[in-house]
Design a protein around this ligand. Structure first.
Ligand SMILES: *[C@@H]1O[C@H](CO)[C@@H](O)[C@H](O)[C@H]1NC(C)=O
Ligand SMILES: *[C@@H]1O[C@H](CO)[C@@H](O)[C@H](O)[C@H]1NC(C)=O
Ligand SMILES: *[C@@H]1O[C@H](CO)[C@@H](O)[C@H](O)[C@H]1NC(C)=O
Ligand SMILES: *[C@@H]1O[C@H](CO)[C@@H](O)[C@H](O)[C@H]1NC(C)=O
Ligand SMILES: *[C@@H]1O[C@H](CO)[C@@H](O)[C@H](O)[C@H]1NC(C)=O
Length: 467
């Protein structure tokens, strides 16, 4: 199989060009143009029950000293059509930043990142090293979770002063997708239940704890979930299509820091140690036990999980969103005095089409407080709370993450008077670009329709953050 990523570069160049042309627009009065580009991940191929969890290094990403304004992604097939979650469940996608030494060649596009020629350039915390490092990431909620960052804020990347000499800033993409066509137990496959995958030993050959019923350790790359006897389904080619919006960096843009909190965080940090484990802070996943008639009476059959966290810097909340899995009913981040910093609630789909799949979390609500109105201080004790329904159902591998963006200042009052004003160009619904290429004798038709996503309001935006 040819990696379209490399082989199709000319195609992507065309697409990027097309999308840049169609997207670039004046959007800040002060002269910051919001640029946008749409990229495709390398191709991955899934058949009924199969799993892909790969790490692609040095993926396409906007270059230069810029401020990221939004990051949206979804799974499409090779005709450019969005694939619904009941066919391909998007467990998560993550985009992480790293610095690559320039005197070593990055040979394999999809190696996991472990080597010493790379330095992780992670977010601002607060989990142990190697866990929840990403800049951007979401799961099933990706299509209906707002991700845009309001002016004059942005995520600063590509600052030459921060990149170590001899290194280049690059981006790693992880896509974890599970094909549940024909699955015997669709929810069980999405929750990575070990019995359905017939897994008792981890990807690295370690026996799993006997009480480990499900989660990431049981649905790693190339595992296979149980499919109904005799079910026939074709293997098909899929891509993660991602769209990044950015502005050129400028001194009047205020940078935001990214924090990712985890409700399983025990606060412990083993020195220099990376990775999962109850003794090492963030475990990322947990389990929900269905309620019995006795505890129903006490707390309404809701699992409420809380953890205490300590904020490391002082700043103002600019954006917040939680990440939960099926069964989730909302999550709240509280300040030390019990004030609500941000509450994020899931939207469940009700139909069949991509973006509205019944029973799946198709969006998470987001917080866009008036900048300056919500301050968090260094050393402040926060409480993260994640609620799940325990009705009639056990859940494995659920998550309770919270992604926030924090700025250390607000625009000063003078510049506020001439604050950037968005000129809303209404090109809603316009669709661009169908590109067709023939390659190595294989005709691959990639129809990529790029929908202009000019600001249509917060509820309708997209995503950042996650696992
Ligand atoms: C499950 O895995 C074991 C070995 O790990 C294998 O012997 C057995 O045949 C598998 N069962 C099924 C149903 O695939
Ligand atoms: C971690 O390292 C610090 C400083 O090197 C030391 O004070 C502390 O005791 C260590 N903690 C553990 C759990 O080893
Ligand atoms: C969080 O802190 C509160 C107050 O200090 C304490 O009562 C509670 O037990 C702590 N919770 C956890 C999960 O550590
Ligand atoms: C979670 O449950 C607790 C306890 O019932 C409740 O106080 C809180 O409001 C709930 N939070 C969310 C976001 O649903
Ligand atoms: C949940 O799991 C327990 C065992 O851990 C089992 O006894 C129970 O029947 C399960 N409940 C449901 C609704 O599947």
């Amino acid at each position: 199989m040819v990696h379209c990523f490399r082989a199709c570069l000319p195609l992507f160049a065309i697409l990027i060009l097309a999308s840049n042309l169609s997207y670039t627009r004046a959007s800040m009065k002060g002269g910051h143009k919001i640029k946008s580009a749409t990229f495709l991940s390398p191709k991955f191929v899934l058949g009924p029950g199969s799993v892909e969890n790969r790490f692609y290094r040095n993926v396409d990403f906007p270059k230069g000293h810029i401020g990221i304004k939004s990051f949206n992604a979804e799974v499409i097939d090779d005709t450019g059509n969005p694939v619904p979650l009941h066919e391909t469940y998007l467990h998560h996608w993550l985009v992480s930043r790293y610095y690559q030494r320039l005197d070593v060649v990055e040979t394999n596009h999809e190696q996991k990142f472990k080597e010493s020629d790379r330095i992780s350039a992670r977010n601002s915390g607060i989990c142990q090293k190697g866990i929840l490092n990403q800049y951007f990431g979401l799961g099933s909620e990706t299509r209906k979770t707002a991700t845009h960052i309001p002016d004059p804020y942005a995520i600063e990347i590509g600052n030459p002063a921060e990149i170590p000499v001899g290194y280049e800033e690059r981006w790693l993409l992880n896509v974890h997708a599970i094909d549940t066509r024909g699955a015997e137990d669709r929810l069980g496959c999405t929750e990575c239940r070990c019995d359905l995958y017939n897994i008792t030993v981890s990807e690295w050959g370690h026996p799993l704890r006997p009480d480990y019923k499900g989660g990431l350790l049981c649905c790693y790359d190339h595992t296979q979930c149980k499919v109904k006897q005799g079910f026939q389904g074709t293997r098909r080619s899929l891509y993660l299509r991602y769209t990044v919006e950015w502005v050129e960096w400028d001194s009047d843009i205020i940078p935001v820091k990214i924090f990712i909190f985890d409700v399983t965080d025990t606060g412990k940090r083993l020195n220099g140690s990376t990775g999962f484990g109850p003794e090492n802070g963030c475990q990322v996943e947990y389990e929900i036990k269905s309620c019995s008639s006795t505890d129903t009476a006490v707390n309404g059959c809701v699992d409420v999980k809380r953890t205490n966290l300590t904020m490391t810097t002082t700043g103002y909340l600019i954006y917040g969103v939680a990440h939960q899995h099926t069964g989730g009913i909302g999550s709240t981040l509280y300040g030390k005095d019990g004030r609500v910093i941000c509450a994020s609630l899931p939207t469940y789909g009700e139909g069949k089409e991509a973006g509205n799949e019944a029973g799946y979390i198709v969006g998470m609500s987001t917080c866009y407080p008036e900048p300056g109105s919500i301050q968090i201080t260094a050393g402040e004790k926060l409480v993260l709370e994640s609620n799940y329904s325990r009705d009639h159902q056990n859940h494995t591998g659920v998550m309770g993450l919270f992604y926030i963006l924090v700025a250390d200042r607000t625009p000063n009052p003078t510049s506020l008077l001439q604050a950037p004003i968005h000129m809303h160009v209404n090109t809603k619904g316009s669709t661009y670009a169908v590109a067709i290429i023939a390659l190595f004798g294989m005709a691959i038709a990639v129809a990529v329709s790029v929908h202009s996503r000019l600001k249509k309001g917060k509820e309708e935006g997209y995503q950042p953050m996650l696992a």
